[in-house]
Design a protein around this ligand. Structure first.
Ligand SMILES: NC(=O)c1ccc[n+]([C@@H]2O[C@H](COP(=O)([O-])OP(=O)(O)OC[C@H]3O[C@@H](n4cnc5c(N)ncnc54)[C@H](OP(=O)(O)O)[C@@H]3O)[C@@H](O)[C@H]2O)c1
Length: 150
């Protein structure tokens, strides 16, 4: 097992909530942290905030809207091209029930929105990064879920 400071950890949905907190914690422990989000301006601001808070320069940002499956394919391609290794993938990006928990919403591609963002996106990204994770073994995949998603 690599020392934490030699590990590269990607956290999806790291621009807010749980993902951001985990990113901050891992950055403070000197890991290389790959932050994912869907809003480049917010993403760059989170990178700046975490670098300043921890003094860790190894923080990078990648953008992809998880309601669009094509964007996930492109994200995985960029990660494979840019990053030599990936020790941990934490799938934390997700959306809650919204103001009206019974409302039906669809992604542009016609999938039920929460199914697309909370499930399909993480599955596809993980699938596309599996060879990279295997090459970095012993590696880990952490899926964050919610009883509410049922
Ligand atoms: N909060 C709870 O009580 C709770 C309970 C059980 C499980 N969970 C699970 O824990 C995980 C994190 O939840 P949280 O409370 O930390 O949520 P959060 O604070 O709302 O953060 C969600 C993260 O996912 C990103 N995201 C949302 N939609 C996206 C999309 N279409 N494409 C790309 N990124 C997107 C958000 O980006 P923006 O910053 O741009 O919004 C943010 O970075 C979720 O999987 C959730 O189901 C949460």
């Amino acid at each position: 097992m690599q020392l934490i400071e030699n590990q590269k950890v990607m956290i999806t949905g790291a621009t807010d909530g749980l993902g951001k907190k985990v990113a901050l914690d891992l950055a403070a422990r000197k890991a290389g942290v790959i932050i994912h989000g869907r809003n480049p301006r917010k993403g760059e601001s989170v990178v700046k905030e975490i670098r300043e808070a921890t003094g860790n320069p190894k923080i990078t940002y990648y953008n992809a809207d998880f309601s669009v499956l094509d964007e996930i394919g492109m994200l995985a391609g960029k990660l494979r091209a840019d990053q030599g290794r990936l020790d941990v993938l934490i799938n934390s990006a997700g959306i809650g029930p919204g103001p009206d928990g019974s409302a039906w919403e669809e992604s542009k591609e016609g999938y039920e929105l929460r199914f697309a963002v909370n499930y399909l996106a993480a599955f596809l990204l993980t699938h596309r990064l599996l060879s990279m994770l295997r090459d970095s073994a012993p590696s880990r995949i952490v899926n964050v879920a919610s009883a509410g998603q049922q």
